[in-house]
Design a protein. Structure first.
Length: 112
C-alpha cells in the first residue's frame, strides 16, 4: 500500500459524496490550495487529518480500504496498512504518555 493509493481513495470517496475540493477544504478549515496539495500528494497527510477526512466522508477504515473493491479480508496490502496505522497510532500514544510523565515530574519538582 502506498501514498498514491490513500490519495486515490480520498478522491474517490470525495467524489462519491459529491464534494468539491473547495468544500473539503472548508470543512477541514484549511485553504483550498492545501487540500489540493493533499490530493496531489505534495502535502503529507498525517493520521489525524486522514481520520478527519474519513469522518467528513462518513467512512471508516474498512470502507476506506474497500473503496476500490479490494476486499480487506485478504492478507494483502490492506491489512499491512492497518497494521502500520495502528503502529503509528501506538507510537504517538507512547510519546504522549512519555510527555505526560515528563510534565508530571516537572510539576512534582516545583511542588517540593
Amino acid at each position: 500500500m502506498n501514498k498514491r493509493f490513500i490519495i486515490d481513495q480520498i478522491r474517490i470517496l470525495r467524489r462519491k459524496h459529491n464534494l468539491s475540493q473547495s468544500e473539503m477544504a472548508d470543512k477541514l478549515h484549511i485553504s483550498m490550495k492545501t487540500y489540493q496539495n493533499i490530493e496531489y500528494g505534495i502535502t503529507k497527510i498525517d493520521l489525524d487529518r486522514l481520520e478527519k477526512i474519513m469522518e467528513l466522508l462518513n467512512s471508516n477504515w474498512k470502507d476506506f480500504l474497500e473503496t476500490a473493491d479490494l476486499p480487506i479480508e485478504n492478507n494483502g496490502d490492506h491489512t499491512i496498512v492497518l497494521e502500520k496505522v495502528l503502529e503509528e497510532r501506538n507510537r504517538y500514544i507512547e510519546k504522549l504518555e512519555r510527555d505526560v510523565l515528563y510534565y508530571q515530574k516537572l510539576l512534582e519538582n516545583r511542588l517540593y
